[in-house]
Design a protein around this ligand. Structure first.
Ligand code: CIR
Length: 277
């Protein structure tokens, strides 16, 4: 079964890191409600949600995706790009140690999980303000025994690789080519985000919803009883229309308070195969 590790929203989220976004007040109560709805959405699609306690002194700790890279064989714990976020890895590593052998990256490497897009045995890593060349090299080294091909992709004007592109299934990547150097993504069908929604390339693919459901979880509704689902922020209606017109099954979700913190839908969970655990 799929496991989705999440973490409760920190009461200090208004002190989050911001790189490309201007500061806007985040409504904490609304953020908590949106995060509960996000967790419920994941549960409805099959994954077992393991929700970690909030870290009140770590404003960005809800964005667990950045603090670990989990593949079937191992979990890699990075040195995160923002110094304020580095303590987030401790409790996440403890939670992951139940499911995976851990490997730890070392300075001067920096890397955020939001820069890592895995498509089968291929792993694309954003070269960004958070992830440096040494971080990419150490990830490659950590995964070398397991036959993954790790390639760097240049990222500009946005925080992470997955702020600018996401794998949506069917050999296709939703992308904003202003943010991501798409030459590194050759071999995939590229679906451009609408020009009116430049921030819409971060969507979350939940694969094999039917199989997840067979393992004991009944999908929420008939609409969810499909093979794969894309979770897409409701702030991007044109993107939703575009994806649906191409035959993708979309579930829209409101993450407005997390978008103010420069987050999206992938960053609030770490999803991996938990076997029978
Ligand atoms: C940060 O700047 O690190 C947070 N405020 C947002 C992190 C979002 N993470 C992600 O998209 N993977």
């Amino acid at each position: 079964m799929l496991i989705a590790i999440t973490r409760q929203v920190s009461s200090s989220i208004n002190r989050c890191e911001l790189t490309y976004h201007a500061k806007e007040p985040i409504d904490l109560a609304k953020a908590i409600a949106q995060h509960e709805a996000y967790e419920a959405c994941l549960r409805g699609l099959g994954p077992r949600v393991v929700s970690l306690a909030a870290e009140p002194d770590l404003p960005d700790a809800v964005f667990v995706e950045d603090a670990a890279i989990v593949v079937d064989e191992v979990a890699v714990i990075p040195v995160m790009g923002a110094a304020s976020r580095r303590p987030e890895t401790e409790s996440l590593a403890r939670a992951l140690s139940v499911y995976r052998q851990l490997k730890f990256m070392r300075a001067p490497a920096t890397l955020d999980g939001g820069d890592v897009m895995r498509i089968g045995r291929r792993i694309f890593v954003g070269s960004s303000s958070r992830t440096n060349a040494e971080g990419i090299a150490q990830l490659r080294e950590a995964l070398a025994p397991f036959d993954y091909e790790v390639s760097a992709v240049d990222v500009r004007q946005c925080l992470h690789l997955k702020s600018g592109c996401s794998y949506v299934g069917a050999n296709s990547i939703l992308v904003n080519r202003e943010f991501v150097d798409a030459t590194g993504l050759a071999g995939f069908e590229l679906i451009d985000v609408p020009a009116s929604e430049p921030g819409a390339a971060n969507v979350l693919l939940i694969e094999d919803v039917i199989d997840n459901a067979k393992e004991g979880v009944i999908p929420d509704s008939a609409e969810d009883a499909v093979k794969d689902v894309l979770i897409v922020p409701s702030a991007f209606p044109q993107t939703i229309v575009l994806l649906e017109a191409r035959g993708f099954n979309v579930k829209a979700i409101d993450v407005s308070e997390f978008q103010k913190a420069e987050g999206g839908v992938t960053c609030k969970s770490v999803i991996f195969n938990g076997g029978t655990l």
